[in-house]
Write a protein that binds this ligand. Structure first.
Ligand SMILES: NC(=O)c1ccc[n+]([C@@H]2O[C@H](COP(=O)([O-])OP(=O)(O)OC[C@H]3O[C@@H](n4cnc5c(N)ncnc54)[C@H](OP(=O)(O)O)[C@@H]3O)[C@@H](O)[C@H]2O)c1
Length: 347
């Protein structure tokens, strides 16, 4: 008998669901017992995700969930909070990739979303940026993987808080550029090739919902704008930070090394040699790495912090597997310990 843990992916036909299935298929400790899709029920997984052709799994409808060790929900906002009882009945551990359990209070959902159906569960869920909440993950039964733009931003700014360079009242302006996969497989008119190709489109100039996560996790208001750009995978955050005190390059290196030196999925890229001197989505495409870097602008009393992730990996499916590994006491990097491709086309 196999001693692997069983996993289900609800929303397995979507973009992040496909990434979860790819990662789980290569994971030494998991076997995929179920992948759901209403639209593609009974169709093979490879017929939707061509990179997974050859696996013999077929989609099934989400109304008949298998009993598994862990369930990943990769469904649109609102679905998990509606079906959470069924998910928790099917699995001891639920990892949700949507925004349904990321915020801690009903008030936040009233302010940023359309309220919450199960607010009593919010304080029990663990927000999974593992770099921030590693201690809370072992044994957690409800895990909320962080949002992609929030993850990119938090990964960039977090060391400044840990080191006391940012205290909470400084001005921080964040500009995130994202690829089209962020919008999911169903897309809309704005995601069609003709409309999307070649763009640099400010799609969320103000009040993006991920501001709420950033504020919650860092205790800081950020002025946050997101551009849709012409790539498929990737989120690249540029944070313009105006600290109250003078900061040196040495302070910055100390802060970033202090936070990330031992992190398995963070790489520093801060003005070294070569073509890719700063964080770059292309350099982390397909991987669970976050790249983080910075530059100092003393003339303008500004720090500029860069971070880059693959939105479907470190920004969702990879982060979810990383959190699951910690929650279940597995090797933290299991199933995620691989590098990306180079050279590679626009991710
Ligand atoms: N894309 C990203 O980069 C990214 C990053 C971070 C977080 N997220 C979050 O992750 C979640 C999934 O995103 P995605 O981009 O993978 O979306 P997607 O490509 O649109 O996939 C959504 C999946 O959910 C299923 N689904 C839709 N409504 C459902 C329902 N009522 N009950 C059960 N299944 C349902 C869909 O399949 P059927 O309709 O066939 O059932 C599909 O498999 C979203 O909450 C998103 O905000 C996405």
């Amino acid at each position: 008998m196999s001693d692997q843990l069983t996993a289900a992916v609800v929303g397995g036909s979507g973009f992040t669901g496909g990434e979860l299935l790819r990662l789980l298929t290569g994971h030494p400790d998991f076997e995929v017992a179920q992948a759901t899709s209403r639209q593609y029920a009974n169709k093979s997984v490879g017929s939707v995700h061509p990179n997974l052709r050859g696996t013999d799994l077929r989609f099934s409808a989400p109304d008949d969930l298998a009993s598994v060790d862990i369930l990943f929900a990769a469904t649109p906002h609102g679905v998990s909070m509606q079906h959470i009882d069924g998910f928790q009945e099917a699995a001891d551990t639920v990892v949700d990739l949507s925004a349904d359990f990321r915020l801690q209070t009903a008030d936040q959902y009233d302010q940023w979303y359309d309220g919450h159906e199960r607010p009593e569960l919010l304080e029990k869920s663990v927000y999974a940026l593992p770099e921030l909440h590693r201690e809370d993950l072992p044994g957690a039964d409800l895990i909320a993987a962080g949002g992609c733009n929030a993850t990119a931003t938090i990964m960039g700014l977090y060391p400044l808080f840990q080191a006391g360079i940012l205290g909470g009242d400084e001005q921080v302006v964040v500009d995130v550029k994202v690829g089209s996969s962020e919008g999911g497989a169903s897309g809309g008119k704005a995601s069609s090739h003709a409309e999307r190709s070649g763009i640099v489109r400010p799609y969320a100039p103000i009040t993006h919902r991920h501001e709420a996560e950033i504020e919650q996790e860092l205790g800081l208001r950020v002025s946050f704008t997101v551009h849709a750009v012409d790539m498929i995978r990737g989120a690249s955050a540029t944070c313009h930070v105006f600290p109250n005190e003078r900061v040196t390059k040495g302070d910055l290196w100390k802060a970033y090394r202090g936070s990330y030196e031992d992190e398995p999925f963070v790489r520093m890229a801060a003005g070294g040699g070569g073509v890719y001197r700063y964080p770059e989505p292309k350099a982390v495409a397909g991987t669970n790495f976050a790249e983080v870097g910075f530059e100092l602008d003393p003339r303008n009393k500004r720090l500029v912090v860069f971070s880059a992730i693959d939105n479907m990996m470190k920004g969702s499916a990879g982060q979810a597997i990383h959190a699951a590994n910690i929650a279940l006491g597995l090797e933290e990097t299991a199933g995620l310990d691989f590098l990306g491709l180079h050279p590679v086309g626009a991710p």
